[in-house]
Design a protein around this ligand. Structure first.
Ligand SMILES: O=C(O)C1=C[C@@H](OP(=O)(O)O)[C@@H](O)[C@H](O)C1
Ligand SMILES: C=C(OP(=O)(O)O)C(=O)O
Length: 436
C-alpha cells in the first residue's frame, strides 16, 4: 500500500475465460445439472458453449443477461458424430478433443485461420498413444506442428501413463487431465518442460471441485478413474483482463480496485500486480479484492528484469507501458507467447517501434527502452490482448495511439472500451483510440 489517500474506482471485470471454459467442460463430463454463475460472455466462451452443444451437451441461460448458465452433463464422453467449430479459442481446440476421445464417434474439430496456425501436435500425438484414432491437419506456425483441422475417431480410452511435451502450451496437459476421470484406468502424465504452470493448478483445483481425485509426485500427475459429479460454481473476474485496468491505474496515477480477485484466486495472472509493484505502484492484494494505486507515468520505475513465463498473457500489458518508465524493462521466459493469437513478442516489438520506441527482441524475451511515444496506428493482428495492452499506453499518452481493429477485444472482453471510458472519464477515451 502507498500512503496515498485516494478513493479507488471500482472496475467491472467480466468472468475468467479459463475458469468459464474449464467449468463448461467439467460440467459436461459430470452427470446431472451444473449451474455456472457469472460466466464470461465473450467470443471465446460462446464458442466453447456452442462447441459443447455440437457435442450433444445442453447448455442454457438462466436468468437475465446471461447471469448463469446451466449445463446438463451425461457423465461420459460424447456419443454422436459431430463437427465442432472452435473459432479462435485455443482452449476449445485443446480441451475438447481429449473429452471427445473418451466418447464414441467421429469428431472433426476446426477453427479460424488464426487458430489453425497454432500447434496441436503434442496433444494429437498423446491421444494417438492413448489409442484414439487421430488425424491431424494443417501446418501450425511452430515449425510444422500440426494444427487444426483435427479428426478424432473415438471408441473410449483406457488411459495409462504417458509423457507429454508441454513446452509450447500447458493447454494440452489441461485437456488430457480433465478427460482423465472418464478413462477406465485413469491417467498418469509426466509433463515435460511445462510452461504456464499456474493454469495446471487451476485445472487440478477445478477438477477436484467437480469430485475428481488427483495426486502429484516427482513431476507426475495422476488422476483416478471414476468420473465427476455436478457442482455449482461462481466464476471469478478474469485476472488477465484485470491487468489492463491495473496498468491503467499505474500510469494515470489513480487507484483501481477489482472486487472478487483476492489472495485465494485460482488465477496465476493476478501476479501481474507484482510487476507493477516493482515499477513503483502501490499494490494491495486483500482477502477478496485487489487494489493498485498508481504513481502516474512520471513516477514509473524501470531498470528490472522479470520472468513472465508463468503469466505470459500479461507480458504485453507491462511491455506496452514500459516506454514510460525511467529505465529499460526486460521480460524473459515468454517464447511460448509467439504461439498465441499472434506472435506476441514480434507484435509488441513492431508496434512499439512504430511508436518510435526502441524494443530489442530475443527468441524468448523483449527489452523495452524508455521514450516518448509518437503517434502511431497499432496493428492488432486480430489479437485482443495487443489491442487492450496498447489501449493502456494510449490512455497515458492521449492522442497518440489508434487501433486498426478495436473490435478484436471481443475475444475476451466485448465491453473493454466502454469500461475504460467509464473508469477513466477524464482521459477522453475511447475517442482518442478508437474513432480516428
Ligand atoms: O489454460 C488456459 O486457460 C490458458 C493457458 C495459457 O496458455 P498456454 O498454456 O498456451 O501458455 C493462456 O495463455 C491462455 O490464455 C489460457
Ligand atoms: C492465449 C490466449 O487465448 P487461447 O485460449 O486462445 O490460448 C489468450 O486469451 O491470451
Amino acid at each position: 500500500m502507498t500512503g496515498t489517500v485516494q478513493e479507488a474506482a471500482v472496475a467491472r471485470i467480466p468472468g475468467s475465460k479459463s475458469i468459464t471454459n474449464r467449468a463448461l467442460l467439467l460440467a459436461a463430463a459430470a452427470r446431472g445439472a451444473t449451474v455456472l454463475r457469472a460466466p464470461l460472455v465473450s467470443e471465446d466462451t460462446l464458442a466453447f458453449r456452442t462447441a459443447l452443444t455440437a457435442l450433444g451437451i445442453p447448455v442454457r441461460t438462466v436468468g437475465e443477461d446471461d447471469a448463469s448458465w446451466e449445463i446438463t452433463g451425461s457423465g461420459r464422453g460424447p456419443r454422436s458424430d459431430a463437427r465442432v467449430w472452435c473459432a479462435d479459442a485455443g482452449t476449445a481446440a485443446r480441451f475438447l478433443p481429449p473429452f471427445a476421445a473418451t466418447g464414441h464417434g467421429t469428431f472433426v474439430f476446426d477453427g479460424s485461420g488464426q487458430l489453425r496456425a497454432r500447434p496441436l501436435a503434442p496433444l494429437a500425438e498423446a491421444l494417438r498413444r492413448l489409442g484414439a484414432g487421430v488425424e491431424g491437419g494443417g501446418e501450425g506456425r511452430g515449425d510444422g506442428e500440426g494444427g487444426l483441422p483435427l479428426t478424432v475417431r473415438a471408441e473410449g480410452l483406457a488411459g495409462g501413463r504417458i509423457a507429454l511435451d508441454s513446452s509450447l502450451s500447458s493447454q494440452y496437459l489441461t485437456g488430457l487431465l480433465m478427460a482423465a476421470p472418464l478413462m477406465t484406468e485413469g491417467l498418469a502424465v509426466e509433463a515435460r518442460a511445462l510452461v504456464s504452470r499456474p493454469y495446471i493448478d487451476m485445472t487440478l483445483a477445478l477438477m477436484r471441485h467437480f469430485g475428481a481425485e488427483t495426486t502429484e509426485r516427482d513431476g507426475v500427475i495422476t488422476v483416478a478413474p471414476g468420473g465427476y459429479r455436478a457442482a455449482g460454481l461462481a466464476v471469478e473476474p478474469d485476472a488477465s483482463t484485470a491487468s489492463y485496468v491495473f496498468a491503467a491505474a499505474a500510469v494515470t496515477g489513480t487507484a483501481v480496485t477489482v472486487p472478487g480477485l483476492g489472495r485465494h484466486s485460482l488465477q496465476g495472472d493476478l501476479r501481474f500486480v507484482e510487476a507493477l509493484r516493482r515499477a513503483g505502484a502501490g499494490v494491495e492484494i486483500g482477502e477478496s479484492a485487489t487494489t493498485v494505486t498508481g504513481t502516474g507515468s512520471a513516477g514509473l520505475r524501470g531498470g528490472f528484469t522479470v520472468d513472465m513465463g508463468e503469466i505470459s498473457d500479461t507480458f504485453m500489458t507491462l511491455a506496452a507501458i514500459a516506454p514510460l518508465a525511467d529505465a529499460p524493462v526486460t521480460i524473459t521466459g515468454i517464447a511460448h507467447a509467439r504461439l498465441k493469437e499472434s506472435d506476441r513478442i514480434a507484435a509488441v516489438a513492431e508496434n512499439l517501434r512504430s511508436c518510435g520506441i526502441r524494443a530489442d527482441e530475443g527468441p524468448d524475451r523483449i527489452t523495452v527502452h524508455p521514450g516518448t511515444p509518437r503517434p502511431a496506428r497499432i496493428t492488432c493482428r486480430r489479437d485482443h490482448r495487443i489491442a487492450m495492452a496498447f489501449s493502456v499506453l494510449g490512455l497515458a499518452a492521449p492522442g497518440v495511439i489508434t487501433l486498426d481493429d478495436p473490435a478484436c477485444v471481443a475475444k475476451t472482453f466485448p465491453g473493454f472500451h466502454a469500461e475504460m471510458a467509464r473508469l477513466f472519464p477524464r482521459s477522453g477515451y475511447p475517442e482518442a483510440l478508437v474513432a480516428r
